[in-house]
Ligand binder design. Structure first.
Ligand code: NAD
Length: 470
């Protein structure tokens, strides 16, 4: 019998009557069983977090810094176990930009967040009085995470929350709950009881968390459709919100780009985590004059990359994580093919599990779902353009505004295009590169607010003014 993974509420491992089997998307084998929490578990997790808040909100800056560092150490000390669990439930390879990379990222983000601070500001200090502005915690933060980067996104939510004196109830995706359940168990060995709690279960538990009147802020990473629901539920008690939602990132390759020199970076910008990354390159606009050369260079990279079971350390790409997403990718490519697009490589499911090969699709344009919608899988549509302003207009012609990129040798020309693109981040000659000191967030339907950096940290606080007479 594969292991059972319990919730952690108020520092205690909490079992339930019901567990759901979690399957490895590469093999279909059961990896473990995740607790299915009920409303009463949600209520007690929020009560435990509320209790712990009374003390944690008064903890010193040093204590909170040390807590973040302790979480980083937990990630590093248990990297072997957690990375393997992550690969087994999510599918991503252990190596390359896979699970070991994700664990290293968790530690790096936790340590970097320990080093951030939001000092009080003196707004006025004169004969009429002294006025100070402080950043104070909100209370209980509810966190809901997706299945693509489960541990990294859990760390992005909970570490800044506790750094600023809040306590947390996290609900991982029902597709990948095991690694988060285990991570929070381990975190509870180094943090006071109730500061970080985890509950697992279906989507309805997420809805109940975002509706709960005792939660002061929701941080949600997932699809735009669900983000809208979280915002609606949060409205009743006017919760603060950070929403990191879907994207349909465009890249524009300018006529002066060198196809061979950029191919590898373009490829990994699109295919990191088999394309299941919010900020992956999802539509590539290439100037007519170098269209064939860019397509050929990308096909060459695709042929050199091994996809397969993530536990085999020679593989650098894994399967699609779940059946729903797999079927969607199959459908989008089949529709593109039927509409006359050219499949340069890939295009049909391979083997068992949810494996879909790296797929490059040419001679395609807007009006096809593969271009208009977020594919969230190992498929890249390559779109031809002849006028740069037209490419910018088409890149901006989406409800999304997460990221974008511009590729070319003339830096000034590339920056001019970057200024015109509607996105939270625009990279030049790279894509999907993030860091803990650089704020990240989407505009339009890609989200509200930012994570990372001082701006991201401030989102876990409210402003408090102390206004003293002389
Ligand atoms: P999803 O929206 O289906 O689910 C995300 C989480 O929301 C899960 O934990 C789910 O149980 C929960 N949920 C479902 N219904 C809910 C409800 N009504 N109320 C509250 N919670 C509910 O997303 P997903 O399929 O897990 O993730 C893929 C999506 O996430 C993609 O669109 C991707 O672009 C996006 N994403 C965005 C970022 C970012 O930083 N912008 C990062 C990663 C993923």
């Amino acid at each position: 019998m594969e292991p059972k993974f319990d919730m952690t509420i108020g520092g205690n491992r909490t079992a339930t009557e019901h567990y759901s089997p979690i399957r490895n998307p590469s093999t279909g084998h059961v990896v473990g069983h995740a607790a299915i929490g009920a409303t009463r578990h949600l209520d007690s997790a929020i009560a435990a977090a509320r209790d712990a808040f009374n003390t944690w909100r008064l903890s010193s800056d040093l204590t909170r810094r040390e807590a973040c560092r302790a979480i980083a150490k937990v990630c590093l000390d248990n990297a072997g176990e957690l990375a393997e669990l992550l690969t087994l439930e999510q599918g991503k390879p252990l190596k390359g930009l896979g699970s070991e990379f994700e664990l290293a990222g968790c530690a790096a983000w936790a340590n970097a967040t320990a080093d951030l601070s939001l000092a009080a500001k003196v707004l006025q200090n004169n004969e009429s009085g002294r006025i100070e502005m402080h950043r104070v915690p909100i209370g209980v933060v509810g966190s809901i995470t997706p299945w693509n980067w489960p541990l990294m996104i859990a760390i992005w939510h909970l570490v800044p929350a506790i750094r600023t004196g809040n306590t947390v109830v996290i609900k991982p995706s029902p597709f990948t709950p095991l690694s988060t359940l285990r991570l929070v168990q381990l975190i509870n060995e180094v943090l006071p009881a109730g500061v970080v709690n985890v509950i697992s279960g279906g989507d309805e538990l997420g809805a109940a968390l975002s509706r709960h009147p005792s939660v002061g802020k929701m941080v949600f990473t997932g699809s735009t459709a669900t983000g809208r629901k979280v915002m609606e539920s949060a409205a009743a008690s006017l919760k603060l919100l950070t929403l990191e939602l879907g994207g349909n990132d465009a890249g524009i390759v300018l006529p002066d780009a060198d196809p061979k020199a950029i191919a590898e970076r373009l490829f990994w910008g699109a295919f990191v985590n088999s394309g299941q990354t919010c900020g992956a390159l999802k539509r590539l606009y290439v100037h007519d004059s170098i269209y064939s050369a860019v397509c050929d260079a990308l096909v060459d990279v695709a042929k050199s990359v091994r996809m397969g079971d993530g536990m085999d350390t020679t593989n650098v790409l894994g399967p699609i994580q779940n059946e729903r997403q797999f079927k969607r990718v199959v459908e989008l490519v089949d529709e593109a093919r039927a509409s006359g697009a050219a499949i340069l490589t890939g295009g049909h499911p391979v083997g068992r599990g949810y494996f879909y090969p790296v797929t490059l699709v040419a001679d395609i344009e807007e009006g096809t779902r593969l271009v208009d919608e977020e594919q969230f899988g190992p498929v890249l549509p390559i779109i031809r353009y002849s006028d740069v302003d037209d490419a910018i207009r088409r890149a901006n012609g989406t409800e999304y505004g997460l990221d974008a990129s511009v590729w070319g040798r003339d830096r000034i020309a590339a920056e001019e295009v970057a200024q015109k693109l509607e996105a939270g981040t625009v990279w030049i000659n790279k894509h999907a590169e993030i860091a803990p000191h650089i704020p990240m967030g989407g505009i339009k339907s890609s989200g509200i607010g930012v994570e990372f950096g001082e701006e991201g940290l401030a989102a876990y606080t409210t402003i408090k003014i102390i206004n003293a007479a002389v």
